[in-house]
Design a protein around this ligand. Structure first.
Ligand SMILES: NC(=O)c1ccc[n+]([C@@H]2O[C@H](COP(=O)([O-])OP(=O)(O)OC[C@H]3O[C@@H](n4cnc5c(N)ncnc54)[C@H](O)[C@@H]3O)[C@@H](O)[C@H]2O)c1
Length: 302
């Protein structure tokens, strides 16, 4: 089975590529390298994973590169929520039109399955917890909107026969992570590395759903193994983690004593967010294995 990963030189894409290769799949990555990192490219080279340079918005190029693929995992996107507030149109262009281009090319190239990496950002402010896949989708950022419209585009192409699966990822962390999502993990780690205490907004009672990147990769593997199609799955740990508990875990890891520094709440911050992952558990047997403490330790090895 030939797998092509768009955005494969980004944080999630390169971890996914390495994980799938280590699990016996033949993998290639495609990236514009516009927002890739040297860290990811070096790891891909070390793992001997072929890379091609192309932009997903170029449908002609996509048609050429997708020809040899049996499965396309579409991870390429701009992912900075704050930037999307300032430049909404480039997000719609790159993420939504880019997804349309990938979906159309996948259909025309006869790809067996398109796996679209979507985001919990499609839900917007949670109105009930945990968030299941039927939760209303009311994104509150152009980024979230661009990902939701990408889902609609992928679903639309399935009416022409494209087989697809959508994975709505929560807060992913791991080697080479970007600050956009697991920002708080990155910020706390960076301070701890310099012997500084974490800065927590509000009382730290806010919750988030952190998932280690290898567990995301395992979810993709399970989709491939079970052969499910036309599904949407939340991919998170299913466990709410309080920000003050995250701070405490990182302080413990670095042997930092005392209390985090508490500062005023940030306006507009979502108070609680975590996934209901029972659908993924039931249909593909998804069972996240890396708990936060263990995941943070693994992260430090890099
Ligand atoms: N990181 C998270 O916690 C998280 C959570 C939910 C969803 N996601 C989704 O997962 C996917 C990967 O996110 P990430 O965190 O690895 O981001 P990232 O920025 O690290 O990686 C994205 C990659 O896509 C590439 N790219 C962007 N536009 C492109 C284009 N037009 N053509 C080709 N390549 C292009 C970039 O160069 C980059 O290497 C995204 O679709 C994102 O929406 C991520």
């Amino acid at each position: 089975m030939e797998i092509l990963i768009t955005g494969g030189a980004g944080f999630i894409g390169h971890n996914l590529a390495i994980y799938l290769k280590n699990n016996g799949f033949s993998v290639k990555v495609l990236d514009s390298f516009e927002r890739s990192t040297d860290f990811a490219v070096r790891r891909l080279r070390e793992a001997d994973i072929p890379m091609v340079k192309a932009s997903i918005v170029d449908t002609e190029e996509m048609r050429v590169f997708l020809k040899e693929a049996d499965v396309v995992i579409h991870a390429a996107a701009y992912v900075d929520v704050a930037e999307s507030m300032e430049k909404p149109l480039i997000y719609l262009e790159n993420n939504t039109l880019g997804t349309a281009s990938v979906a159309k090319a996948s259909l025309e190239a006869g790809v067996d399955l398109l796996i679209y990496l979507s985001s919990a950002a499609v839900y917007g402010n949670p109105i009930k917890l945990p968030i299941d896949e039927n939760h209303p989708t009311r994104p509150i950022s152009p980024y979230g909107l661009s990902k939701l419209m990408g889902e609609e585009v992928v679903r639309f192409f399935s009416t022409y026969g494209l087989k697809q699966v959508v994975l709505r990822l929560f807060n992913v962390y791991g080697p080479g992570q970007n600050a956009a999502y697991a920002g708080v993990v990155t910020r706390f780690l960076e301070r701890a590395r310099s012997g500084l205490l974490p800065i927590v907004y509000g009382d730290g009672g806010q919750t988030r759903d952190f998932i280690y990147v290898d567990d995301v990769a395992e979810a993709v593997k399970l989709v491939l193994k079970t052969g499910c199609v036309d599904e949407i799955f939340n991919i998170g740990s299913g466990k709410p983690v309080k920000i003050r508990d995250l701070a405490a875990s990182i302080m413990r890891l670095f042997g930092l004593e005392g209390e985090p520094i508490y500062t005023s709440e940030r306006r507009g911050d979502i108070k609680h967010s975590y996934a209901d992952i029972s659908r993924a558990r039931t249909v593909i047997g998804f069972n996240p294995r890396v708990d936060l403490e263990h995941g943070l330790k693994k992260l430090l090895e890099y």
